[in-house]
Design a protein around this ligand. Structure first.
Ligand code: NDP
Length: 251
């Protein structure tokens, strides 16, 4: 029987690549998105996953920064696929690009609520289901998308860095707390990856960004999907931060 995976922020970019990977690995995939404009993208992605990998999908619009939306997302998952939730990928994220004097409270709270609180809400709601069916031989996995911004400071990204560092501490604590129950928790901390987050940047700025990366180029969403595959197929790996970043944090 196929296992079930939920991914938040699965409509585009890194989330889209990870949703495809989950399908390829044989999971039924619950794809979450937030914006009305991403509904068609999410539906199309779900159809591609079903056609390509023969698994089932569910598309759920929910603003995961809100606990009640997370409750509805988990309920929709259980209604369709039953109570055995095997994988949770917390991936939804946003960024401001603003110094910490000019930023408003609403802006930084939105980043913290989306990037960090949603991870706590979803984990809190999914863990009881995982605990009920996980064991050493039937592991459940939580995978959290952090960032190199959680490993280093980034100018004009104080709120973002706070959220992404918080994710790493949260991941390690959950890994420790639930290791003996067969639940693994790991984080992926991408470096610069070409997605909508970078698409507003012009070519000169992209070249300048690439020049700050020791390997000299911006990463691809497949680099992050590959890290997800590694984590899901590595039964002795928990509490770790895997960071595909072209050497960015070595400098
Ligand atoms: P995109 O902007 O391409 O996609 C963001 C995704 O998050 C979309 O699916 C979006 O949904 C979803 N989302 C945002 N807010 C919410 C919310 N409140 N509720 C539900 N879904 C939401 O970003 P990336 O693919 O680049 O980023 C994905 C993750 O990777 C983020 O956590 C980001 O911080 C992290 N990351 C990205 C890096 C990069 O260079 N791209 C580097 C390091 C980390 P919708 O389509 O409906 O708006």
């Amino acid at each position: 029987m196929a296992k079930t995976a939920i991914i938040t922020g699965g409509s585009r970019g890194i989330g889209e690549a990870m949703a495809l990977k989950l399908g390829e690995l044989g999971y039924n995939v619950v794809i979450n998105f937030r914006s009305e404009s991403s509904k068609a993208l999410s539906d199309d992605l779900a159809a591609r996953i079903e056609k390509e990998y023969g698994v089932q999908t569910l598309v759920v619009r929910a603003d995961v920064s809100k606990y009640e939306d997370c409750e509805a997302l988990v309920k929709a998952t259980v209604d369709k696929f039953g109570e055995n939730i095997d994988v949770l990928v917390n991936n939804a994220g946003i960024t401001n690009n603003c110094n910490f004097v000019d930023i408003t409270k609403e802006q930084y709270m939105n980043v913290i609520n989306t990037n960090l609180m949603s991870f706590l809400h979803m984990t809190h709601l999914v863990l009881p289901y995982m605990i009920n069916h996980s064991s050493k031989d039937n592991q459940c996995c939580i995978v959290n998308t952090s960032s190199v911004g959680g490993l280093t400071g980034v100018i004009n990204q104080a709120d973002y860095c706070a959220s992404k560092s918080g994710i790493i501490g949260f991941t390690r604590a959950i890994a420790l707390e639930f290791a003996a129950r067969g639940i693994r928790a790991n984080a992926i901390a991408p470096g610069m990856i070409m997605t909508d987050m970078l698409r507003g940047v012009n070519q000169d700025e992209l070249n300048a960004l690439a020049a700050t990366i020791p390997q000299g180029f911006i990463g691809d969403v497949s680099d992050i999907a590959g890290a997800l595959e590694y984590i899901l197929t590595a039964p002795y790996v928990t509490g770790q931060v895997i960071s595909p970043n072209g050497g960015f944090v070595l400098q």
